[in-house]
Structures are given as structure tokens and as C-alpha cells.
Design a protein around this ligand. Structure first.
Ligand code: CP3
Length: 332
């Protein structure tokens, strides 16, 4: 069994496996080299040859315990036929949603548009570089994808005033997403993903209607993934109540963000924990990194814990700091 599965399934506390969100990305010069020549991000995600190279770049460098496929949560709106672009120094920009069109969409249309993602997994599945490692597939949670589909830009750039107004539109889109995110999960598992992570980056925006917007849509995906025989890790960023979330949703593990109290999660959670350290620590110096990393390793010493961050690796990170971190966790 892989070190991560030992932790997720056998609840082993012996080793502390490590992988990092956004481990493939702009902080790596070898990624920037490829990105420079491939200015269209969606096209790059649909290029299975280059996506394979990019997925393996951090594995080649750091020998992490898992590869996460080079893709994006916004590939689902793209698969649904919505226009998705990534603008430099701005982020994603989506086109309008046509709800009638979405209701008529067939599975085949979606699966064919995203076929290169599944090809990527198939090609990686038997790579000798991933021996005794996991191959992580992922999806955005319905709520977070809804936010991008309706708001059309990242909420970082402002949330539209009318966002919560059209409750029936929200309900329609959540229904459609439930169907197609499941299809995306099923296709990824069939193609070779050994773990699924669900990113709910904007879960923290929900302050009412948790049942309808957060718990119900995500539980449905977690149950679906478990029934496919694959462990599922949830990352609901910035929520207030991790205990209730875990009790209702029952993922195999929970990725915590860096605002949570570690004593609290240790006391209240009963499932394996992943992540937590602030990615900004990687921008400091080795001494600070060492102290902070040790803090997490010590606190979770006798708890099933997968080392990761509280959010993705930042673009300004020095790869040498990542190397130092990985070695430290592996030698612990
Ligand atoms: O290494 C990995 O983690 C795998 C690849 C991955 C990407 N995006 C590649 C990417 C994963 C798992 C994601 C998830 C994702 N994408 C999330 C959830 C996690 C989070 O960060 O909260 C979200 C919200 C998105 C949507 C998205 N994609 C945004 C808002 C942006 C632009 C801003 C940014 O963070 O860069 C992206 C672009 C993106 N996704 C890049 C990469 C490597 C950068 C593309 C570039 O080179 O410009």
C-alpha cells in the first residue's frame, strides 16, 4: 500500500507522507519554460504530452509521495461548454451561462471535451516514476464552481452584487454540476486516479443555507467517490466549523487551512488530517521553515497526518525551500 493510503485507509501514524497543493506550477523554472511557449492555459491543460511532463516535474525534483494531475477545477465549466480564459495578472474570466443549453447537454459531449485529461491519467498510471506513489485526480466542489460560473471572475476581484439573489438559478446550476462533476470523477477514476481531492476554495463565502450549498452537494460527491472504491480528501477553505463538516460529509481525510486552531482540530476531528502550514512560510528562511514544519510534525506525531500546506505553493517560492521542506518531513 502507498504511504498516503496507509494513512487514509489504515490510519497509520508511522510515516508522514507529503505532497503539496500546486506542486506543479509557476515557482518551478522548468514549468515557466513550458508556460512561456504555451500562452493559452486551457490548451496547455488539454495537451496531454506537456501536462504529463508538468505533472512529473515536482516528482522528479522532490520525490513527493503523490503526483496531482496538471489540470484545473475550471476544466468542468469548460467541459460544459462555457467560455473559460485565463488573463495574465488577473486570473480566470468566464463567459455567460446558458441554463437551457446546460440542461440539454449530453454526457458524451462533456467526456469528449475533457478526454485529454483522462488520457493524461492513463499515460501516468503505469509510469515507473509513480511506483508506490498516488496519482491524485481532483474536482472543484459544486459551490466553488458555481461561484466561478455565475460570478465569471474570481471573488478576489469582487463578488457580483446580485450573486445570491437568483436562488432558482443557483439551484439549477448546482443540479447540473452534481451530475457532471460525478461524471468527471468517474472518468478520472476509470483512467487511473487513485485518490480524489475536492477543492472548495470559496466555501468560506457561505454564511447561510449550509445544508443546501455546502453539505448536501459535497456529501453527494463524497459518497459517490467512496462507492467507486477510491479515497476522497476534502478541502473546504476558510470554513468555521470543521467538526460539523466532517461529521456530515465523512471524507476519508480533511485538508485544513492555516487559520484553524491545531489544538481544536486535534480534539474535535476523528479522521486523518492533511495540510495546514501557511504557504508564506516557504517565502521566509530555512530556520523559520524548520521551526514551523516541526510544529506540525510534532503536533500530529501520533495522529494519521499527510503533510501539505493550507493553500497552494505561491509563485514566488524558492524551489530550494520546497526541497528543504520535503527532506525534513521525510527524515522526521
Ligand atoms: O499542482 C497542482 O496542484 C495541480 C494543478 C492545479 C491547478 N489549479 C493548476 C493551475 C490545481 C489542483 C488547481 C486547483 C484550482 N484552480 C483551485 C482550487 C485551489 C485553490 O487555489 O483555491 C482554484 C480556485 C482554481 C482556479 C484558478 N486556476 C485560478 C483562480 C487561477 C489563477 C490564479 C492562480 O492561482 O494562479 C488558476 C490558474 C492556475 N491553475 C495555474 C496553475 C498552475 C496558474 C496558471 C499560470 O501559469 O498562469
Amino acid at each position: 500500500m502507498t504511504p498516503i493510503k496507509e494513512c487514509l485507509i489504515n490510519k497509520s501514524t508511522k510515516n508522514k507522507p507529503i505532497w503539496l497543493m500546486r506542486q506543479a506550477g509557476r515557482y518551478l523554472p522548468e514549468f515557466r519554460e513550458i508556460r512561456k511557449k504555451n500562452t493559452n492555459f486551457i490548451e496547455l491543460c488539454l495537451n496531454e504530452k506537456l501536462s504529463e511532463i508538468i505533472t512529473l516535474q515536482p516528482i522528479d525534483r522532490f520525490n513527493l509521495d503523490a503526483a496531482i494531475i496538471f489540470s484545473d477545477i475550471l476544466m468542468v465549466p469548460f467541459g460544459l461548454g462555457q467560455r473559460v480564459e485565463f488573463r495574465k495578472n488577473f486570473g480566470p474570466q468566464l463567459g455567460d451561462v446558458n441554463i437551457d443549453q446546460l440542461y440539454q447537454l449530453e454526457d458524451k459531449f462533456f467526456s469528449e471535451r475533457l478526454n485529454p485529461v483522462y488520457k493524461l491519467l492513463e499515460n501516468l498510471k503505469n509510469s515507473h516514476k509513480l511506483k508506490n506513489k498516488d496519482l491524485i485526480g481532483f474536482v472543484g466542489a459544486p459551490w466553488t464552481l458555481l461561484v466561478y460560473m455565475l460570478n465569471k471572475v474570481s471573488p478576489k476581484n469582487g463578488l457580483s452584487k446580485n450573486f445570491f439573489k437568483d436562488a432558482s438559478m443557483i439551484e439549477d446550476i448546482l443540479n447540473i454540476l452534481n451530475r457532471f462533476i460525478k461524471l468527471h470523477i468517474k472518468n478520472q477514476v476509470k483512467a487511473g486516479a487513485t485518490i480524489i481531492q475536492i477543492f472548495d476554495s470559496w466555501a468560506g463565502l457561505i454564511d447561510d443555507n449550509f445544508e443546501k450549498y455546502l453539505y448536501q452537494p459535497t456529501s453527494s460527491l463524497v459518497e459517490f467517490t467512496k462507492n467507486l472504491g477510491v479515497p476522497v480528501i476534502c478541502f473546504p477553505r476558510n470554513i468555521k466549523d470543521y467538526k460539523t463538516y466532517c461529521e456530515i460529509i465523512k471524507p476519508d481525510a480533511i485538508n485544513i487551512d492555516y487559520n484553524v486552531s491545531l489544538d481544536n482540530v486535534l480534539k474535535n476531528l476523528k479522521i486523518p488530517i492533511q495540510g495546514g502550514m501557511n504557504p508564506k512560510i516557504l517565502l521566509t528562511d530555512k530556520e523559520t521553515l524548520k521551526i514551523e514544519t516541526k510544529k506540525y510534525l510534532d503536533i500530529f506525531k501520533s495522529y494519521p497526518y499527510i503533510f501539505n500546506l493550507g493553500h497552494g505553493v505561491l509563485p514566488d517560492t524558492d524551489p530550494n525551500m520546497v526541497d528543504y521542506l520535503v527532506k525534513m518531513v521525510m527524515d522526521y
